[in-house]
Design a protein around this ligand. Sequence first.
Ligand SMILES: CC(C)(COP(=O)(O)OP(=O)(O)OC[C@H]1O[C@@H](n2cnc3c(N)ncnc32)[C@H](O)[C@@H]1OP(=O)(O)O)[C@@H](O)C(=O)NCCC(=O)NCCS
Length: 195
Amino acid sequence: MPSLNSRVLEAGSWSAVPQPVIEGDGLRLRPWRTGDEPFLVGAYSDPAIQRWHTFVLDDEAEATGWIERVNARWPSEKAADWAVESQGELVSRIGFRILDLEYGDAEVAYWVAPQARGAGIASRALTVLTDWAREHGLHRLTLQHSTQNEPSCRVAQRCGFHLEGTLVRSLLHADGWHDMHLHARLLEDPVTPGA
Ligand SMILES: CC(C)(COP(=O)(O)OP(=O)(O)OC[C@H]1O[C@@H](n2cnc3c(N)ncnc32)[C@H](O)[C@@H]1OP(=O)(O)O)[C@@H](O)C(=O)NCCC(=O)NCCS
């Protein structure tokens, strides 16, 4: 059925090239690769990551499967995921949990390994990815977090993702349904860290 709207980005415009390495503000966002398994198993053993991402990786074989799945996202143009390095060390994960090139929007998700928290990694990685998304034609980014997740709310606010509302009993966690904050950033505006 022909669409009456023009697409924001043409299908295939991102996947025509390999998933990029993105650098900025002392961080390097790169595709996941073989050898990242021990870091992933360690990160997913953290109670906070388990709580908010409702996921666990029991061993390196499961992590290998996870890497294969997330690296299939870039060619699909439906999602994308990056490992984050600081000074050559893996510290974090960030990506587009949902990506829609036709409408030019994406939902961001992230976590930071426990040993790397409190150093601005999440805020810097989100700003680097936001700048990249703007340069590559996206119109709007969103992110969601449980209303109980205060650190994630701070990351969103610090990176200029304004609170648009609360999604009531929206996501099932291990302890039941959580209300979720919906934050969004329109990419026409320059990023204002600390906003
Ligand atoms: C949320 C998370 C990504 C923050 O990562 P981080 O790199 O430590 O964040 P930053 O250093 O950029 O800090 C961002 C803000 O959160 C604040 N913060 C950090 N830990 C906090 C805590 N335990 N309680 C309240 N605020 C906290 C920081 O002070 C900072 O606020 P500021 O801008 O007012 O100074 C990290 O704690 C994490 O991975 N948690 C577990 C998984 C998770 O929550 N993922 C997100 C799901 S939506």
